[in-house]
Design a protein around this ligand. Structure first.
Ligand SMILES: C[S@@+](CC[C@H](N)C(=O)[O-])C[C@H]1O[C@@H](n2cnc3c(N)ncnc32)[C@H](O)[C@@H]1O
Length: 266
């Protein structure tokens, strides 16, 4: 039974047991099947990366050297959206159980990611799922670290961060620090895609409550004004049953959709 929903207005990142974030339960609710809203977010991200990659190739520059996905949890689709373009990818995750889960997926990507790959594939020469599985094993490394302390500066040249900055704290300052540390980890003018849950105050993963800070597309625009040389911020409607479950395990629409941002870092 879910009993530990705290005061939703307070809660900094370090007050929550991230090592107990259950990757299987989270995947079951969010990514067991491809949802319409995730298809929209992934399609926009893959399209953005493909545009910038084509421009790079036309300038005589090769592949991106090092991509990063910050806070993958048990979501592999941000990583898949970069896979065709980079020589290596770091999956930078904080929670111990998530780190273990991700290491398993890097060794052998589960079949459930196939419909997600099918959205990316047309942008990268229609390579098949076996190619994605093999290439992920070769190029990806999982690193355990804290977004507030351990992200290097100016290291990566392509990056993603989905449902992390606003979904790891209830403190709006920490949301801003998270987004800043993500964009600062990128080399100047690197393409990034970020997704945020709009209007969420927190969520259960199994019986464990985790915090969120409600953000709007305008909040995200303002944060990126200071951090991105170019940006496009869009609202995405919920398309599918809510991914937030109430104390009876029933979907609860207590958030307002999603915000997806495509940009180039300063
Ligand atoms: C809502 S989940 C998002 C997971 C995934 N990116 C997705 O698209 O569904 C939030 C993630 O942030 C991670 N996280 C929490 N605190 C963190 C920190 N201090 N540094 C890095 N990641 C953190 C959690 O472990 C979890 O994987």
């Amino acid at each position: 039974m879910k009993t530990n929903k705290p005061d939703t207005s307070s809660g900094t990142n370090n007050r929550f047991p991230w090592d107990n974030f259950d990757p299987e339960k989270y995947r079951e609710t969010n990514y067991k099947q491809l949802r319409g809203d995730d298809a929209q977010i992934l399609g926009r991200g893959a399209n953005w990366f493909s545009q910038i990659a084509l421009w790079r190739y036309s300038e005589g520059k090769g592949q991106f050297s090092h991509g990063i996905d910050v806070g993958p949890g048990s979501n592999l689709y941000p990583t898949l959206s970069m896979l065709g373009y980079c020589r290596k990818i770091t999956l930078f995750e904080y929670g111990a159980a998530n780190v273990e889960y991700l290491r398993g997926e890097v060794k052998h990507l589960s079949d459930s990611w196939k419909p997600f790959w099918e959205i990316v594939a047309p942008f990268v020469g229609n390579r098949d799922f076996e190619w994605a599985r093999r290439t992920l094993r070769k190029r990806a490394t999982v690193v355990q670290g804290d977004i507030f302390k351990d992200l290097p500066k100016g290291e990566f040249d392509i990056g993603t961060m989905h449902f992390v900055a606003e979904s790891l704290t209830a403190d709006p300052r920490e949301v801003r620090y998270g987004v800043r540390n993500f964009t600062n980890s990128l080399v100047r003018e690197s393409p990034f895609v970020m997704a945020n849950v709009q209007g969420s105050t927190g969520y259960f993963v199994g019986d464990q409550w985790f915090p969120a800070a409600p953000v709007t597309p305008t909040d995200v625009e303002w944060m990126l004004d200071l951090l991105a040389a170019h940006k496009k911020v869009e609202h995405i409607d919920i398309d599918g049953p809510s991914v937030h479950l109430n104390s009876e395990g029933k979907p609860e629409e207590d958030y307002e959709g999603y915000v997806v941002s495509m940009g180039l870092s300063f």
